[in-house]
Design a protein around this ligand. Structure first.
Ligand SMILES: [Zn+2]
Length: 204
């Protein structure tokens, strides 16, 4: 396996991207888990449905949080014979991304061939894409989804409802879709135009 300058650049680029993507991923966990019990209740308070790490965003964040520390430790030991404990905050996770890129770069320079190095490299390069998918960011060249007008939210999860790419071509037939909730067939929940307003007004 050869390691070109491009590969090394890609590692540092991934670490830089993760510095802003990872905090947004952890922000998403809070959005996913905080629901109002009853908006009209006088004792209005947030409740949490399930542990944060049980949501898809939580699982990904937890996985990245664990793996970046695991490989940072493994490469530090391999390269320098020792490793320091990395604390658990998000800021320290962001530092670990940069450090991991540096360590992989060092390992390549010293021609250290180990599965720890190749695994760490694959993970670091894959994380930005995985987070983008979770944040629903369109890939370059892909048409984005449009937020439904009027701040409309899903009655089940409170996420903003969206119009599918291309809805402009036939707005009369454009369903609004929740891209988080799925029906028993694994399809996203959708409301046809004209009826979804009624659906939203129904009590849960
Ligand atoms: Zn929903």
């Amino acid at each position: 396996m050869t390691h070109t300058t491009t590969t090394v650049d890609a590692l540092y680029t991934a670490a830089r991207e993760l510095a802003h993507l990872y905090p947004r991923l952890t922000q998403l966990i809070h959005e996913e888990t905080n629901h109002w019990t009853d908006p009209d209740s006088p004792k209005r308070r947030a409740t949490t449905y399930g542990a944060p790490w049980n949501t898809p965003a939580g699982e990904l964040a937890h996985n990245i949080h664990t793996q970046v520390r695991r490989y940072e430790t493994a490469l530090n030991i391999r390269l320098f014979g020792s490793a320091k404990y990395r604390g658990t905050s998000d800021a320290l996770t962001v530092q670990a991304f940069n450090r991991l890129a540096v360590l992989i770069d060092h390992a390549h320079t010293q021609h250290i061939d180990s599965t720890d190095v190749t695994d760490a490299e694959q993970l670091l390069l894959a994380w930005p894409r995985q987070i983008r998918l979770m944040l629903d960011e369109p890939k370059p060249g892909e048409e984005p989804w449009t937020k439904a007008p009027g701040n409309l939210c899903c009655p089940h999860c409170d996420r903003r409802l969206e119009l599918q790419p291309g809805w402009q071509h036939d707005p009369e037939a454009a369903d609004v879709v929740c891209r988080r909730c799925k029906d028993e067939n694994g399809e996203w929940l959708r409301w046809v135009p004209g009826t979804w307003l009624l659906v939203l007004q129904q009590p849960a």
